[in-house]
Design a protein around this ligand. Structure first.
Ligand SMILES: [Zn+2]
Ligand SMILES: [Zn+2]
Length: 246
């Protein structure tokens, strides 16, 4: 299975990184719809598009307005958007409010309660994450394939989502700061990469890709990974256009 990184940055787009958006084209599955969502239209190969949104912060939902026509002209009823009830309400009342966006698309806005069935016999489960305004971690599983997507939150040793992500083939986790940004990480509800590596090691995941990178950091080397790699060697920093097999 192939995971495409359409937006690997956090907060705002930069020249090299758009904001949060991941896609598994063969499943018609999109995780978050930040500004990177404009790239979905070129990758759609399924009749239906299922979009799952972690939370309603703008860097994760601004691109929902780009989905109009992603499945072809007048096919916006083939798009379903799933999220916690308060996120669905915020999207309906704000993102698709007439002063913000002039067209009300026929997208299905659906409140996530329990697990969600995915194409090809897959299942999505989810867990609340600690973040101002809340966020939602996701675990996606198919026979022989598993991944988790954890953004936005503050990682720490013994985090309550460690069991939730245990043993996945691929963990995609946010990492906005290094150790020297710890106070800001706590304040803003984001993660230091060293703590993310601790969580990955505790959870026994096979591989990790970091996203929600600081747009102001050096795009070639946005995080100092030396300490993190000592704790969890199998990690890399995601970039727009990256494709990962899991
Ligand atoms: Zn964010
Ligand atoms: Zn956020």
């Amino acid at each position: 299975m192939q995971l495409y990184f359409l937006g690997s940055g956090g907060y705002q787009p930069s020249l090299r990184r758009h904001t949060a958006c991941l896609m598994i084209p063969e499943m018609g599955l999109v995780l978050d719809a930040g500004t990177g969502a404009f790239r979905i239209a070129d990758l759609v190969k399924t009749e239906e598009l299922t979009v799952i949104v972690s939370h309603a912060h703008l860097d994760h939902v601004a691109g929902l307005t780009f989905l109009l026509g992603a499945c072809g002209p007048d096919a916006d009823d083939r798009v379903s958007i799933h999220a916690h009830p308060e996120v669905i309400a915020a999207v309906r009342e704000h993102v698709f409010a007439e002063p913000i966006f002039p067209i009300v698309p026929a997208f299905r806005l659906l409140e996530l309660d329990g697990p969600l069935k995915l194409p090809a016999g897959g299942t999505l489960t989810h867990i609340p994450l600690r973040h101002p305004g809340g966020s939602m971690g996701m675990r996606l599983e198919w026979p022989g394939h598993s991944m988790a997507y954890i953004t936005d939150t503050t990682a720490h040793a013994g985090a309550d989502y460690v069991e939730f992500i245990r043993g996945v083939d691929l963990l995609v986790h946010e990492a906005y700061f290094n150790e020297d940004g710890r106070a800001m990480a706590e304040l803003t509800g984001h993660s230091c990469v060293e703590d993310v590596a601790t969580v990955a090691a505790e959870a026994g995941v096979r591989r990790m890709v970091l996203v929600h990178v600081d747009p102001k950091a050096n795009p070639d080397d946005p995080l100092d990974l030396r300490v993190a790699r000592e704790r969890f060697p199998s990690l890399s920093v995601g970039y727009d256009g990256m494709v990962v097999e899991f």
